[in-house]
Write a protein that binds this ligand. Structure first.
Ligand code: COA
Ligand code: AMP
Ligand code: ZN
Length: 429
């Protein structure tokens, strides 16, 4: 039932003791990095004088912007000690990059294995991983975790729906890792092929990478005939395996032996009480190469400190309720509106105005970008306009990693909003 019983059943004082000693170790390591070395000194914090977890709250929060601009200064060891990097959103120098040592990869794989084991995955399972491999952490993160656990792992990657079905049939897939909207979208492919997913040996789905409702989970469970578990993580904290549902399916246990959790009121940045939605802030407690201290995730959730019937002592967080910034997640890919702006404004043919609309068709995310063409470039030449549309599509795809639908419109024809320019509307709910 437990992957690591001694750790998973820790609670109260024993857990706080472990966290404090791991935090002291982390501060010792972080002090070797230029960024945290300076920050810890300014806050007069050192491993030796850290006597309580409350003391630690004197340290300022670390932001995504700091990670973007000063990430390399957060390394505690030379780059030659790093064996892998992952990057999240933004290919034009704006990506946030996380570096891992060999030991970091092993620690992370163990946490993902622990998560999957908690939900019931066993070495006899056949696990199909339908997340993007490459720079996304969902692919390799779960891959290493499943191998660590001992399951037969199929590195299917994202997309190619017919092939996904073929693999499931051929190898008797019993567990899958899938983006929830894609799980529903994939049902169309089953229907087209006259197949019923309930007739496959599938028994577990790990759902992650995007917000989804309880209703969506139940629909996936019913359609596939399995149990689906919510999986939360972010590249900055390694990737998946930060918080995960247990068989109770009632909130996600945060692996507090590895990630120190704070839930803060986004306005006051004071701790939010149990049950109140606040921003999740994490500190790595076991990462060697690039521990982040008090990292602001921008994700909103509440926490529940009540003991869980599963016997695990770690607090549970609710589903992610939203974000405190303007990031949107499209087909499991994080997108900041500024990325779209940068691409479009770098093209002389593009006028001053554009609008982005997100919708869902057959559970598939659709991003429609309506672009005004610059007056001097506008002509009633269909071939030219088509080529321009293709170029804009390619440029956006290359930056965003998802393919938008681009529609060109005449200059000064898009509605202007009053006050603060609101170019992106999310109509998926
Ligand atoms: N997950 C997996 N596959 C998806 C998907 C999703 N969320 N959304 C769409 N797809 C499938 C499509 O069905 C299509 O396959 P098919 O034509 O065989 O049915 C294929 O991917 C390409 O879809 P399309 O919409 O044309 O491509 P795109 O260029 O807009 O997006 C994806 C490409 C889907 C591959 C890209 O968005 C992606 O990699 N998403 C997964 C991201 C991820 O793993 N995130 C985890 C972060 S930890
Ligand atoms: P990435 O760094 O690309 O792995 O993306 C991490 C972000 O994806 C998180 O900060 C969340 O906003 C979102 N995310 C990941 N898992 C979930 C989940 N289970 N539910 C809702 N949002 C999620
Ligand atoms: Zn539990």
């Amino acid at each position: 039932m437990y992957w690591d019983k001694d750790i998973e059943t820790l609670n109260g004082g024993k857990l706080a003791e472990l966290q404090l000693s791991r935090l002291q170790e982390t501060l010792r390591r972080a002090a070797a990095s230029p960024f945290y070395g300076e920050r810890l000194q300014q806050a007069r914090l050192a491993a030796e004088n850290l006597t309580s977890l409350e003391d630690f709250r004197r340290l300022p929060l670390t932001t995504k912007d700091e990670l973007r601009s000063r990430g390399r200064e957060m390394l505690t060891l030379p780059l030659t000690e790093m064996v892998r990097l992952h990057a999240s959103s933004g290919t034009t120098g704006q990506a946030t990059v996380i570096y891992y040592t060999r030991q970091d990869i092993a620690t992370w794989a163990d946490l993902v294995a622990r998560s999957m084991y908690m939900a019931g995955l066993r070495p006899a399972d056949v696990f199909q991983n339908m997340m993007g491999y490459g720079l996304f952490t969902g692919g390799l993160g779960f891959h290493y975790g499943a191998e660590r656990l001992g399951a037969l792992t199929i590195p299917a990657g994202a997309g190619n729906s017919s092939r996904q079905l073929q693999l499931m049939q051929q190898f008797g897939t019993s567990a899958m890792h899938i983006i929830p909207s894609y799980a529903l979208y994939l049902l169309n492919t089953f229907a087209q092929k006259g197949l019923d997913p309930r007739e496959l040996p599938l028994r577990i789905a790990f759902l992650g990478a995007e917000p989804h409702s309880e209703d969506m989970r139940r629909r996936i469970e019913a359609a596939y005939g399995l149990k689906a578990y919510n999986s939360y993580g972010l590249s900055e904290m390694n990737g998946p395996g930060v918080a995960f549902e247990c068989p109770e399916q009632n909130g996600m246990h945060v692996w507090e032996d590895s990630y120190l959790l704070e839930v803060l009121d986004p306005q006051t940045l004071e701790p939010a009480p149990p049950g109140q939605v606040g921003e999740l802030v994490f500190t790595n407690l076991t990462r060697q190469g690039m521990p982040l201290l008090r990292y602001r995730t921008r994700d909103l959730a509440s926490y529940d400190p009540e003991p869980c019937p599963c016997g695990r002592g770690f607090r549970r967080i609710s589903r992610i309720q939203g974000r405190t910034d303007d990031m949107v997640i499209v087909k499991g890919v994080n997108i900041f509106p500024l990325q779209i702006d940068k691409v479009l404004m770098a093209m002389p043919e593009v006028g001053t105005h554009y609008l982005v609309e997100l919708t869902r068709q057959d559970f598939n995310d659709v991003m429609l970008v309506k672009v005004e063409v610059q007056q001097s470039f506008f002509r009633e030449d269909l071939k030219y306009l088509n080529q321009l549309r293709k170029r804009i599509t390619e440029a956006l795809k290359s930056e965003l990693l998802v393919t938008p639908l681009v529609e060109l419109v005449e200059p000064n024809t898009l509605p202007r909003s009053e006050g603060k320019v609101q170019r992106l509307s999310d109509k998926r709910q």
